[in-house]
Design a binder for this molecule. Structure first.
Ligand code: NAD
Length: 274
C-alpha cells in the first residue's frame, strides 16, 4: 500500500476517554502516530516528555488538541511522582489508558558482540528506562483507572530472537514483555487490560541509535510476507483497538505488527535445490 493511500479515520471510538502518552520525541515517534490516531477518535491526551524534546513535542501535541504537557524523566522517582500527580489533577483523578513508548540504551553497546560489549552500568540503565519504567507507570496509573482501563507498551522481535546489534535492548524487551504479563495478571481483577505491541522496524530517533538500523528496515521489507515497511499507522491502528472498548477480553498479549516479518524462518527468495 502506498503512503498516499493511508488516511487517518475519524470517529468516536475514544470519545470521553482520557489517557497518558509517554514517549513522543518528534513527528517520527511511534507514540506520535498512536497519539494522532487516538485524538482523531476523540481521546483527550496528556503528553509526558523529556526536557530536551519540549520545543518539538508541544507544537505537535497542540496541533491535535493536547492541553496537558508534563516533563517526565522515568529514572527519577520525584519526576514520575510529580508527572502523575499533575496528570491526575488535570484529568480529575481519572485515567482511561496509558501508552508507554520509551526505550534507551547506550548506542556504543548496540553494535558488535553482546557478550563483550555489555557493561553493568548500561545493562541496568537500559532495563530501568526500557522495562522498569512501564512497571512504574502502570503502578502509578492503576489507582486512577476503572474497569475498562487499558495500557500498552511497545516492544520488538529482538526479545524473542537474536537480532544482530540489538543486543542489550533485546534483553530489556524480553523483560518488558514478561512484565506486561505480570502486570496483566495483577490488574486483570480490576478490569484493566495490559498488552504489548511488537512493531517492525520503523525509522525513528531510537532506531538511528542501533548499528545497522536501516538494514533492519530493508531486511524486514524483503523477508516479510507483505513485502512492505511496517507502517506507523498500522501500529497506531493496533493501539487504537487495544485501548478502545473493541479490545475487550484481550490482555497479557504481545501482538506483532510487522508486515508478518516474525513468522518467517528464512527469506523467500531461496532457490530450490532441484
Ligand atoms: P523515539 O526515539 O521517537 O521514542 C523513544 C522515546 O523514549 C523518546 O520520546 C524519548 O524521549 C523517550 N525516553 C528515552 N529515555 C527516556 C527517559 N530516561 N525518560 C523519559 N523518556 C525517555 O523512538 P520510537 O522508535 O518511537 O520508540 C518508541 C518505542 O517503540 C520504544 O520502546 C522502542 O523500543 C519501540 N520500538 C521501536 C521500533 C522502531 O523500529 N522504531 C520497533 C519496535 C519497537
Amino acid at each position: 500500500m502506498a503512503d498516499e493511500d493511508i488516511t487517518l479515520p475519524k470517529g468516536d471510538l475514544m470519545k470521553g476517554k482520557r489517557g497518558v502518552v509517554m514517549g513522543v520525541a518528534n513527528h517520527n515517534s511511534i507514540a506520535w502516530a498512536i497519539a494522532s490516531q487516538l485524538a482523531a477518535q476523540g481521546a483527550e491526551l496528556a503528553f509526558t516528555y523529556i526536557d530536551a524534546m519540549e520545543k518539538r513535542v508541544k507544537p505537535l501535541g497542540e496541533s491535535i488538541g493536547v492541553k496537558t504537557f508534563v516533563p517526565c524523566e522515568v529514572t527519577d522517582d520525584a519526576s514520575m511522582e510529580a508527572a502523575f500527580r499533575v496528570i491526575g489533577e488535570a484529568f480529575g483523578g481519572k485515567i482511561d489508558f496509558l501508552v508507554h513508548a520509551i526505550a534507551f540504551s547506550d548506542k556504543n553497546e548496540l553494535k558488535g558482540s553482546f557478550v563483550e560489549n555489555t557493561t553493568r552500568a548500561n545493562f541496568l540503565r537500559s532495563m530501568d528506562i526500557s522495562a522498569f519504567s512501564f512497571v512504574d507507570a502502570a503502578r502509578r496509573c492503576a489507582p486512577m483507572m476503572s474497569p475498562g482501563g487499558s495500557m500498552i507498551t511497545l516492544t520488538y522481535l529482538g526479545s524473542e530472537r537474536v537480532i544482530p546489534n540489538y543486543n542489550v535492548m533485546g534483553v530489556a524487551k524480553a523483560a518488558l514483555e514478561a512484565s506486561t504479563r505480570y502486570i496483566a495478571r495483577d490488574l486483570g481483577p480490576k478490569g484493566i487490560r495490559v498488552n504489548a505491541i511488537s512493531a517492525g522496524a520503523i525509522r525513528t530517533l531510537s532506531l538511528a541509535g542501533i548499528s545497522g538500523g536501516r538494514s533492519m528496515i530493508g531486511q524486514g521489507r524483503q523477508w516479510s510476507p507483505l513485502r512492505e515497511d511496517t507502517a506507523p499507522e498500522g501500529v497506531a491502528g493496533c493501539a487504537l483497538w487495544l485501548l478502545s472498548d473493541l479490545g475487550r477480553s484481550t490482555t497479557g498479549e504481545v501482538i506483532h505488527v510487522d508486515a508478518g516479518f516474525h513468522i518467517m524462518g528464512l527469506p523467500d527468495e531461496m532457490e530450490s535445490d532441484a
